[in-house]
Design a protein around this ligand. Structure first.
Ligand SMILES: [Zn+2]
Length: 533
């Protein structure tokens, strides 16, 4: 021990030593939860070993980024004490220290804190907090000269990023399931998640400002040239990729029903984002991909609001997570609830259920145009096999687990393609419903997926990759239009247009165009249907 204190130690050595200490002594709950989901086996032990490397690397990374020479010892001691307390609460009560918990701790008075006091807590604080803090306090720590330290830190950060990226890519199937299906697990990573929560609490507290909704298109009116009533169904797809639609040349027949309909297929359509939370609000907003920002869009009215200003009846039916803030001011029906969706079994509600009772809704609105948005569950992964009824299991064998690492590439793709087949069926049913109403309305359907999906190309799965470096498969989406006999559209002209490069940027204006809405926020040059009537 004396030897430890007699010589000097670099700040980096101390950071690495403390990180190792935390991984092995303050993460029992984390590994306990991991082992529950990934019981010991050869494959799992390799994955868990890689997880340990990722956890250790990120802890070193965080410390390198936040601890500096001027506050090194006091900061490390505070972190050691906090981490020991978090370990005690997690190991004893299985709680996680998230932003809510931090708010709670701030608001807890001494009496309530005293209730939590126990001998076990003293032991935790003493051995995991005070003892290592005392050692850090006694150590003679050296720091590199200022410039050298910065260069050395940059090298460390780069090295860690490479190690973490390489590990995650090597075990990409495992991490895909880990991050998507077992999100709560990362809450137990100590102290990474706690530090993240503190950072988030601080940034939330700083960035909070009350926002007022910006109204747009209040001058909206249905064009006086438009004599007939319109019935428009906008289908928002989920995780469907264009190259798995046989309409776009996929070698498997995945669109047997749509190909029989008189549809317009858009073969080169790109999404606004690579995840639902970005793409869906972006599509309905007046902002293009480059101008889009989540908060700005949330506090600005979208195309559905403009429809409402124009006097149309708007309805959003959702079989996905939710409308991502798009349908906050229009009637919204949650079709993941069996009380609304009559086609649910084993916890899975079918997209087709959104069509049940829709005729009743149409009949109950005898005046004005009708716009119905259907937000699909579609190809939501990784449990593709759950997303279609048995009779659509045409491509076999299929991956029957959400742990993608347990399946072959072919099994994953088969399950994914069966869902496309089910979406093909669903869209043909939507068209069927519109046909039933073709005498009373000018009818149209516009289907477009929110983003694409990776199916193992270059080790990537699912979606949500940063847009600038996301593969084309996550951005290239299927898009299809269908028109009833009363709808005035030049299909030859549109078929030509459908071969051009188009994107979600056109969605807002095309939707307004579908309903013939006149308003100052409408930019005809951005509408796909501009000049096509
Ligand atoms: Zn999505």
């Amino acid at each position: 021990m004396l030897n430890l204190f007699n010589r000097t130690h670099s700040s980096r050595t101390v950071i690495i030593a403390v990180s190792f200490f935390w991984i092995f002594f303050t993460n029992f709950t984390f590994f306990n939860h991991v082992l529950k989901i990934y019981p010991p086996s050869l494959l799992n032990s390799i994955s868990i070993f890689s997880l340990t490397i990722v956890l250790l690397s990120t802890t070193i990374l965080i410390l390198t980024l936040i601890v500096n020479r001027w506050i090194f010892k006091p900061f490390m001691i505070i972190l050691l004490m906090v981490t020991a307390s978090v370990a005690y609460f997690m190991d004893s009560y299985d709680i996680v220290v998230d932003t809510h918990m931090i708010t709670n701790i701030m608001q807890t008075n001494f009496n309530e804190s005293a209730d939590l006091f126990s001998l076990k807590m003293v032991a935790y604080i003493l051995f995991l907090g005070v003892l290592p803090s005392w050692i850090v306090y006694k150590l003679q720590i050296t720091h590199l000269p200022y410039k050298k330290q910065i260069i050395s830190d940059i090298k460390t950060v780069a090295l860690i990023v490479v190690i973490v990226a390489a590990t995650i890519l090597t075990f990409s199937k495992f991490y895909t399931s880990f991050f998507r299906e077992h999100k709560p697990l990362r809450y137990y990573a100590n102290p990474s998640f706690c530090l993240y929560s503190v950072g988030k609490s601080v940034s939330d507290a700083c960035s909070y400002e009350s926002k007022e909704l910006k109204l747009i298109g209040q001058d909206a009116k249905i064009s006086s040239n438009d004599k007939n009533r319109k019935l428009i169904i906008l289908v928002v797809g989920e995780s469907a990729r264009a190259d798995h639609f046989s309409l776009n040349g996929y070698s498997r027949e995945t669109n047997p029903l749509l190909k029989k309909e008189d549809i317009i297929n858009f073969s080169d359509f790109t999404s606004c984002g690579t995840e639902t939370a970005v793409s869906v609000p972006c599509m309905f907003s007046s902002f293009g991909r480059k101008e889009y920002e989540g908060k700005k869009a949330l506090y600005t009215e979208n195309v559905l609001d403009v429809f409402t200003h124009a006097g149309a009846n708007v309805l959003w039916r959702d079989n996905n997570s939710d409308s991502k803030g798009v349908a906050l001011r229009v009637p919204y029906e949650d079709f993941k609830l069996p009380k609304n969706n009559t086609m649910c079994s084993d916890g899975e509600c079918r997209d087709e259920g959104m069509l049940v009772g829709l005729q009743k809704y149409i009949d109950a609105h005898p005046k004005g145009d009708i716009v119905i948005v259907l937000h699909q569950m579609g190809n939501h992964g990784p449990a593709y096999y759950k997303r279609y009824p048995k009779e659509f299991e045409k491509f076999t064998p299929v991956c029957k687990t959400n742990q993608l690492e347990q399946c072959t590439q072919a099994e994953i793709t088969n399950a994914y393609d069966n869902v496309i087949l089910y979406t093909d069926y669903f869209l043909s049913k939507v068209i069927g419903l519109l046909k039933q109403n073709d005498n009373s309305f000018g009818t149209a359907m516009f289907y477009v997926s929110d983003h694409g999906e990776s199916l193992g190309e270059n080790g990537l799965y699912l979606h949500g990759f940063p847009y600038a470096i996301a593969p084309d498969t996550q951005k290239h989406v299927p898009a299809v239009m269908w028109f009833g006999k009363q709808f005035k559209v030049n299909k030859d002209k549109l078929a030509k247009k459908a071969k051009e490069s188009l994107s979600h940027d056109a969605y807002f204006h095309t939707a307004l165009n579908l309903l013939d809405v006149n308003t100052t926020v409408y930019k005809p040059e951005l509408s796909i249907l501009n000049g096509i009537h």
